[in-house]
Design a protein around this ligand. Sequence first.
Ligand code: NAD
Length: 311
Amino acid sequence: MIPFFRAADVERAVSPHEAYDAVREAFMAYARGEWAMPPKVYVTNYPAGDFRAMPAIGGGYALLKWVTSFPGNPARGLPTVTGLVVLSDADDGRLLAVLDAAAVTALRTAAAGLLAADTLCRPEASSYAVVGCGVNGAESARMLVAHGAMPIVWDVDEDRRRLVAERIGGRAAASAAEALACEVVLTVTPGADLLYDAGSLEPGQHVSLMGADGPGKAEVAIEELLRSHLFCDDWEQASHGGELAGAVAADAVARTDVTELGAVLIGDEDGRRSAGDITLFDSTGLAIQDLAIAKAAYAKASELELETISL
Ligand SMILES: NC(=O)c1ccc[n+]([C@@H]2O[C@H](COP(=O)([O-])OP(=O)(O)OC[C@H]3O[C@@H](n4cnc5c(N)ncnc54)[C@H](O)[C@@H]3O)[C@@H](O)[C@H]2O)c1
């Protein structure tokens, strides 16, 4: 019998702290070459949205996530991100578990956004914001609070920002500008509109750019990328379908301009160079992050009463 983790089961199985630690380990294992991951494959149906097939292998497990991004869905009462994660035994190929992809995605996305911020922000940074209070922004806010950082939250939708502020026991920003000026910002918007125009980032700021995870999306003007210290989750993915992709296509940003987060975590590369550095982390979302969460959830399977599937 194969356990099936619904969204609530994933949340019960993996706390924000466990998610953070698991995702950190995954970034490091990938940087050391212990975990492997071909770049995700996009199957597009624009402008409606796209499907992504995301495989990974590591730690004795193999995984495939089949997941969507349909930005117009909330207006239709449907989620932007939906799909399934399939976890298998890497040694004999047995199917071990099936998990709700949206819940896995939200946990690992929030964990990566905070992990990058912790790694790259100024040590004395004390003001935090989450911009975009949808599924993944709300989880990012929960992740920050679980780690002792209370963010102000902003969303163009007043109800959403109020709801997330209430949920975390914090407050909504008075304006987009107030949130975007915080020392540490996690942006989790659809990437349809720029949040940071040319000249708008402040020296010393860190921004984890989580929203622009596919072709044609951006949260920051190219001019801002060019005056910032750039980091990404995975160059192969980020150069093709993330925040950096536009600048790479315009030959304005090259491989040598961008450092992968995992390389910083294992000490192979430097992170922030000075207090005045603007650090930007381009997250496209990695299958190894999903593997980290699925593996952590599966380890708890026997403690939870889960539905099962038989083939
Ligand atoms: N990097 C990753 O690993 C990763 C993972 C999951 C999702 N994403 C991406 O993150 C984005 C958000 O995903 P989601 O599932 O949370 O979507 P969602 O639709 O649930 O939420 C998006 C939110 O952003 C708000 N928003 C839109 N434009 C805004 C603006 N200019 N300023 C402030 N708020 C704004 C919307 O009102 C909405 O509340 C999508 O582009 C998705 O593809 C990235």
